[in-house]
Design a protein around this ligand. Structure first.
Ligand SMILES: [Zn+2]
Length: 385
């Protein structure tokens, strides 16, 4: 039995003009869990997690998190969990053999829990300030967004919170079923150039590590060298690194350890999960979050290449023109802000322009999804006034 960690892992950063400190809140662990992992197979199949992203923001902030941002963030998760990040070989050479391909992947859900086609992105305009630290976040009728069944989907709420909170995640062994998942400050989601320390999508990589049961390498006690994350291949360290290298944290000269995704260094210096971290996450996924793996979906791959689609006017009262160049778009799907598909328009002959009548669609945010002849997917947001 793996040890019980905490119900909520919170990553906080307190900024000040000259310095900052950072901490996560959770209960201590004392048990070494490495032995529990030895029985697990060294190699395994790829485990795929369906994700739904709830963007719960005031109207003026909705544009800060585009569908393309969501796609890029999913791509960043897959990059780091599959060891496709370019920077892992920049960490100390003696740790190279520990760098893991977790064989865990993430896919934006293309079906909701009723089997309906969906975009995997739910948009909710809220008027509540700092909803990320309020209970209302998890409930549509209170101004938030209801979770999709948390045993079958990784729910991620992107929302407004005080700047000092990056995000938090629930533990796989203990969580409230309606709130299970990850909450992330929109300022640290994806590649946000306004926050250069956190501009590579790795705040969410860190939080998914917690969601799958990982602790920080220094355990729960900073400035001590008596507790760690229970894994043998993450050397003991006395606290988080805030820089890329920071020797004063090592507990012995043999144990300098930088660049772990569960540390606090700037995104550009984070580079690896260890093999035992990967095994623990896979074990927790198979044993404690198995419902995610049962929810198999054949979804379109996420595409991030830039492609210009123009919608005019936008916002629109009742009619608009959609145009593009150089792509053969085969169909256009229209989704509501709950991620439910409202319509699909097939284009049987090559077009570079379509007129859309909005009368049949609800007011508010609509998401248009375009699929080209190669199966690539592009999204664009439209406001129906
Ligand atoms: Zn953390």
């Amino acid at each position: 039995m793996l040890q019980r960690i905490a119900s909520i892992f919170t990553l906080l950063i307190f900024f000040s003009p000259t310095a900052f400190s950072q901490e996560c809140l959770y209960t201590p662990i004392h048990q070494n869990i490495t032995n529990n992992l030895l029985a697990l197979p060294k190699n395994g199949n790829i485990l795929r997690i369906p994700v739904v992203i709830h963007i719960v923001l005031p109207e003026e902030l909705q544009h800060n998190v585009s569908d393309q941002d969501v796609h890029n963030q999913i791509k960043a998760l897959n990059r780091d969990f599959r060891k496709k990040n370019y920077n892992w070989n920049l960490i100390e050479e003696r740790y190279h053999e520990l760098v893991a391909d977790t064989k865990i992947e993430f896919v934006l859900s293309c079906k909701d829990d009723t089997g309906q086609e969906a975009s995997g992105i739910v948009r909710k305009i809220t008027s509540l300030q700092n909803i990320g630290i309020q209970n209302a976040l998890y409930f549509t009728n209170e101004g938030g967004s209801d979770a999709w069944p948390t045993n079958h989907y990784l729910n991620i709420w992107v929302c407004d919170m005080p700047k000092e909170i990056l995000g938090f995640a629930t533990d796989p062994q203990e969580s409230e079923i309606l709130k299970d998942g990850i909450v992330i400050n929109h300022s640290y989601f994806n590649i946000n150039r306004a926050t250069p320390r956190y501009d590579m999508g790795r705040t969410l990589v860190h939080e998914v590590g917690h969601y799958l049961g990982l602790n920080h390498p220094w355990g729960n006690m900073q400035d001590e060298c008596i507790e760690d994350d229970g894994l043998d291949d993450t050397p003991l360290q006395s606290g988080p690194h805030y820089d890329c290298t920071d020797d004063h944290l090592m507990c012995s000269e043999d144990e300098v350890f930088y660049g772990n995704f569960m540390d606090y260094s700037p995104d550009c210096c984070l580079a690896m999960f260890t093999k035992q971290q990967a095994m623990l996450m896979r074990s927790n996924l198979i044993n404690l979050r198995s419902g995610l793996l049962e929810n198999e979906m054949e979804c379109q791959p996420v595409v991030t290449e830039a492609f210009d689609i123009n919608i005019y006017p936008n916002p629109s009262f009742g009619h608009c023109t959609i145009s593009w160049e150089e792509k053969n778009i085969k169909n256009i799907s229209v989704y509501n802000n709950q991620g439910q598909q409202l319509n699909q328009i097939e284009l049987f002959t090559p077009n570079e322009q379509v007129e859309l009548c909005l009368d049949q669609y609800p007011k508010g945010v609509l998401v248009l999804s375009f699929i080209d002849e190669s199966g690539n997917v592009y999204s664009k947001q439209l406001i129906h006034l």
